[in-house]
Design a protein around this ligand. Structure first.
Ligand SMILES: Cc1cc2nc3c(=O)[nH]c(=O)nc-3n(C[C@H](O)[C@H](O)[C@H](O)COP(=O)(O)O)c2cc1C
Length: 304
């Protein structure tokens, strides 16, 4: 069995997730890991300006040139695409790969997406689904790992991680990002993946992965993501009127975005969380349908 793993990771977290996922598979299959990276890679840790200035191109899915990489010319039985959301959108390296010539090699191939996120990944996944659909790949599975700490706690820890590089727990705050037991626990998905790739019974895979907890999703997240991405799209266009990423002329608008985002997150989030909860309770049926859709691998345009 030949498996191709395509991914990008800044901190190594996503590679750890995929390594654990394939622990029980690696002796039974030949696995090629191919990492795609921008020619001018993104910094880690980030400065505040670099971080917020990255938003418009993430949201508008504007690719950057990638370093050359080689996808071996093999008949792959399965492709695993590992990626992370940035600003509710696929990370720029992921967008760049999906829009590259090399991505056409995924045509007709079964693809499992693996997401390593904080906890907001819905719109990013819809965009990745759209690209896989355009390429003609067969999207057969999706596994999402997220930080399971309370939303506000995970915000503090992700900020610490992003701007200082510290993932491990500190005196008052837990580990940032996906928790180590969850990273290690992703080995449980290996058997279902191997079974599906052997039998080619791809239709059975996502329900089986879901039964093992591959995607957990709260209805409030749907509301919050919709609200968030609508604002991001407007700001992305507004900031790009002043130039490309890195152009000092647009920094004033980037700073305005940063201030409004931080206010939205820390001041308004308890209120918006409450109204989102209310909305999900009032429209239970609609939300049940949406939850089922977002947990699955079917693709319908413009759902979010
Ligand atoms: C610029 C940037 C924006 C991010 N935006 C989001 C986001 O919208 N939703 C989310 O769940 N996580 C977000 N994250 C966290 C990442 O998805 C990811 O979990 C983290 O960067 C570690 O991934 P790695 O494998 O590249 O190290 C963001 C991270 C960065 C660097």
């Amino acid at each position: 069995m030949n498996i191709l793993v395509l991914y990008y990771t800044q901190t190594g977290q996503l590679r750890q997730i995929i390594d654990n996922m394939l622990l029980t598979v690696k002796d039974k299959a030949s696995i090629d890991f191919v990492e795609y990276k921008p020619v001018h890679d993104f910094p880690f840790p980030w400065t505040s300006d670099q971080f917020f200035d990255a938003m418009p191109e993430c949201v508008l899915e504007i690719p950057v040139p990638l370093q050359s990489f080689n996808i071996p010319d093999k008949a792959y039985d399965l492709v695993i695409l590992g990626y992370q959301p940035w600003f509710l959108s696929p990370s720029v390296p992921t967008t760049s790969f999906l829009r590259s010539e090399d991505a056409k090699k995924l045509q007709g191939k079964p693809v499992i997406t693996v997401v390593g996120s904080r906890n907001m990944w819905l719109n990013a996944q819809e965009k990745v689904k759209a690209q896989l659909n355009r390429i003609g790949a067969n999207h057969v599975g999706n596994i999402v790992l997220a930080d399971t700490n309370h939303n506000l706690i995970s915000l503090f820890t992700v900020i610490r991680w992003t701007f200082t590089g510290q993932k491990v727990r500190s005196r008052f705050l837990p580990e940032a990002g996906v928790q180590t037991p969850d990273i290690e626990g992703s080995r449980k998905f290996g058997a279902a993946i191997y079974e599906a790739a052997s039998s080619k019974n791809w239709a059975a895979l996502q329900p089986q992965l879901l039964a093992q907890g591959a995607v957990s999703l709260k209805p409030t997240l749907i509301v919050l993501e919709k609200r968030g991405i609508t604002q991001f799209r407007k700001f992305a266009v507004y900031i790009r009127e002043k130039g490309e990423r890195g152009n000092p002329e647009r920094l004033q608008r980037v700073h305005l975005f940063k201030r409004l985002l931080l206010t939205g997150i820390f001041v308004l989030s308890p209120v918006s969380g409450f109204t989102a909860k209310l909305a999900s309770l009032l429209k239970r049926k609609t939300f049940a349908k949406q939850l089922a859709y977002f947990k699955g691998v079917d693709y319908e345009p413009n759902v979010i």
